[in-house]
Design a protein around this ligand. Structure first.
Ligand code: ADP
Ligand code: MG
Length: 348
């Protein structure tokens, strides 16, 4: 029940080939020691985080240096753990969580590129094996799109699921599927299927990676691993932990002009949940005595994250930014948002 601060780490991705080709400048520099410096014409600022990962840092370095391994261990011990990736579209959120898997239909060629998710699964399964298969693992995978919750694991046409609240469970999604898994292959293929769903009808076509990315930047995806210890004894009472991975929709402001009809509904809904998340974080960042009501009910996303943010959860936030001069204003807004989140505390 001790107050614990949200752990916030920053990842700066490398300049992409096209950014380099068009001559973008790097305006973000890691100074070591968890600080990062942003320098541009009239903006000059330094920010500090629990850790900063730069263009040269590998996926493994992010897994080991972010505290992700400890988070997995805490989830095994029965805590509710959440890691969420935040930042504008194209800043590296999905890459950090899943590696290139998020962009293609085949597993990545090199294991070195595997993201936080796959590394955590490996860690979980390793722990389970070393405990004599003591851990029962299952996964559920939801997306929030246009303020509707959908089950990404349901095999049929996607239907929306109701979000409910109860005194004992807090906010929860009714009727969500939960699929057991016992191997890396099983959980990897579950993810691939969810990311490349066969379309309705007889034609088993797959959505293109491009369309997928466009869609994923407008939805929030939550993968939850439920961990239950099977061997229950007096010395070792029943424990049930969760490990939740949240890939948030892109944080960029959708320009008022140009988006109309369906798109603007989408944009408003993205802004609504991210704004609600921002409000909750600002409120939670105040000292406990000075807090007023935390507006979790303002969006589906904040309802689902209520426990991770303000309750009994343990949370790691990975803020992702591009180093490019062209992304400066979004980068600064992500850095301010992430700095605020560092003041949020929970009582695990
Ligand atoms: P987001 O999910 O935030 O929209 P992505 O994860 O899709 O962004 O990343 C955008 C592009 O940048 C992708 O082509 C991805 O492969 C590349 N990328 C992101 N982070 C890195 C990194 N750390 N190293 C190499 N390439 C990266
Ligand atoms: Mg993405």
């Amino acid at each position: 029940g001790k107050e614990t601060r949200l752990r916030v780490v920053l990842r700066v991705r490398p300049l992409t080939c096209s950014e380099t080709r068009r001559g973008d400048r790097r305006v973000v520099h890691s100074l070591g020691d968890g600080t990062v410096h942003v320098s541009a014409a009239r903006q000059d600022a330094t920010f500090g985080f629990s850790a900063v990962f730069d263009a040269g840092d590998s996926q493994e370095a992010v897994f080991e240096g972010s505290g992700m391994r400890q988070l997995v261990e805490l989830a095994i011990d029965g805590f509710s753990c959440t890691v969420f990736a935040f930042g504008q579209t194209g800043s590296g959120k999905t890459y950090t969580l899943m590696g290139p898997l998020g962009q293609s239909e085949t597993p990545p060629a090199s294991p070195a590129l595997l993201g936080l998710m796959q590394r955590s699964f490996a860690c979980l399964l390793e722990q389970s094996r070393s405990r004599g298969s003591d851990l029962a693992l299952s996964a559920s995978y939801l997306e929030i799109y246009n303020e509707q919750v959908r089950d990404l694991l349901s095999p049929g046409p996607s239907c929306t699921l109701p979000l409910r609240w109860s005194k004992t469970r807090g906010f929860y999604v009714e009727n969500q599927l939960s699929v057991d898994f016992e191997s890396l292959e099983a959980i990897a293929s579950l993810l691939l299927q969810a990311l490349n769903p066969p379309l309705a009808g007889s034609q088993r076509r797959r959505t293109s990676a491009h369309a997928l990315n466009r869609h994923s930047s407008r939805s929030h995806a939550l993968l939850t691993i439920h961990i239950r210890s099977r061997n229950v004894s007096i010395a070792c009472p029943s424990r049930q932990g969760t490990l939740c991975f949240v890939d948030l929709a892109g944080s960029e402001r959708v320009k008022e002009t140009g988006s109309s009809g369906e798109l603007s509904v989408e944009a408003n809904n993205i802004n609504r949940s991210l704004l609600a998340l921002g409000h909750c974080i600002s409120m939670l960042a105040k000292p406990r005595g000075k807090r007023t009501h935390i507006p979790y009910r303002d969006s589906k996303l904040t309802r689902l994250l209520a426990r991770s943010l303000g309750g009994s959860g343990i949370t790691l936030m990975v803020a992702c930014i591009s180093p490019s001069s062209r992304c400066l204003s979004e980068t600064l807004s992500t850095l301010h948002y992430a700095s605020r989140a560092r003041r949020v505390t929970t009582r695990p």
